[in-house]
Design a protein around this ligand. Sequence first.
Ligand code: BYC
Ligand code: FE
Ligand code: FE
Length: 476
Amino acid sequence: MTIASDYSEKIPNNVGLADDRRLQRALEAWQPNFLSWWESMGPALPTQDVYLRTAVNVGREGWAHFGFVPMRDYRWGIFLAERDAGRRIGFGEHKGEPACQKVPGEYRSDLRRLIVVQGDTEPASVEQQRNLGATAPSLYDLRNLFQVNVEEGRHLWAMVYLLQAYFGRDGRDEAEELLHRNSGSEDSPRILGAFNEETPDWLSFYMFTYFTDRDGKYQLGTLKESAFDPLSRTCEFMLKEEAHHMMVGTTGVDRMVERTAQLMIEHDTDDPGPLGAIPLPVIQKYLNFHYSVSLDLFGGETSTNVANYYTAGLKGRWLEGRRADDHRLSSDSIMVDALVDAGNGERSIGQTEVEALTGLNTDLRREYIRDCASGVSRWNKILAEAGLPHRLQLPHAAFNRQVGAFAGIEASPDGEMLTADEWDRRKGAWLPTDVDKTFVRSLMRPVHERGKIAAWIAPPRNGINGKPFDYDYVRL
Ligand code: BYC
Ligand code: FE
Ligand code: FE
């Protein structure tokens, strides 16, 4: 069964907005502020029509519609996955009770906090990617950038809907704040670290959509388990869109690696830079950066916040339903990364045992790391098939961390502890330097001509929605 949605309404939705005058007014009051935010902080490149996917329903067949739309007329709708009337809470101290349709009063501020943090990341990424249109390597890539941007905009709508529908006045205030904080702002930055970093070039964009959007996948996966049913259903639907964002990152890096490998072989060189491709060590440095700042997004290895979220039923584990335990975890333990006593009075990188509940950020981060490793094997396969001995790798979890057990130390990508002096001397070999960034930027010249592609990246294997690569995805 699909829930009918009236796509002709001002705000397309399947939440019965037409029957809720108060909520409708709140959202209609927020909408112009969203649009002026989009005009001033969203995609900077002027365009006419873009070939975009728009979420129009939640049914198994046909949840989205493809067509040309001017971006400012995109219909940011509110869609929740279908309700399962018999759904029960799957974990925590309320396990087995019916899922909540209203905000449980005692958890109100924790729940609001989770929704605000989630909501804050969505517009942040649009702000970070604002100027990339000017240097897109092809119309296909430009279209994908805009697709990601409008969907992150819709994800903001999804969280704003929850805030306005379920949190009254504070919810309306938080919805405004989501438009006032800005990525990288001195006075009112975005909440989480990675969302205040720059995404100045397409190498960063692909790494961001691979590593940082993937944090989104895992966080949404845990919120999908939530006892608060509207949050669960919202996140379930957002995950459908998220798959495309991952695809953009995964295949974007694939295509860069493929092009670099091709030029290295053709010209029998380790440095394809002068030939206009991105050298593997530079790709590795960007990977190191985006991976390490994304690891920070999981919070500390031990956290009482996450223990409380779990016990309250607000935030579960990745694939909670498939875990073979009591789903309460009150007497389990887990090994987490930590600085441990090395025996000689010094501290070293190691592990320590903690209560499973406080170690839940580690549990999620582990799932995430495993998934990230699959991308690296994929890119290494491209290198191997090209006949190159070079390999990419994920740096050690202690490398370049600002949050958690390793925030106070420096470590190499191999996990060797370093003094602050050594780190300063050597970090240029591991993280993008100004020289690397300037070089990458020098390659970023726009290719806005149909069917053409920049020299530093291979064309995609497939187009979008069955269309060829040389389709006119964006009309400038
Ligand atoms: N930067 O107890 P702890 C996405 C704060 S991405 C700055 O260890 P907790 C997307 C933390 O808030 C998915 N601050 O942390 C991707 C806490 O502050 P308070 C986003 C940080 O609470 C691409 C304090 O440090 N969704 O959707 O267990 C494009 C102590 O930390 C950071 C979510 O994150 C940081 N990196 O876990 C578009 C889901 N890390 O409370 C979109 C909702 C921690 O002491 N959020 N802090 O003031 C959460 O579940 C949790 O808040 C966190 C942190 C996982 C973020
Ligand atoms: Fe998102
Ligand atoms: Fe995303």
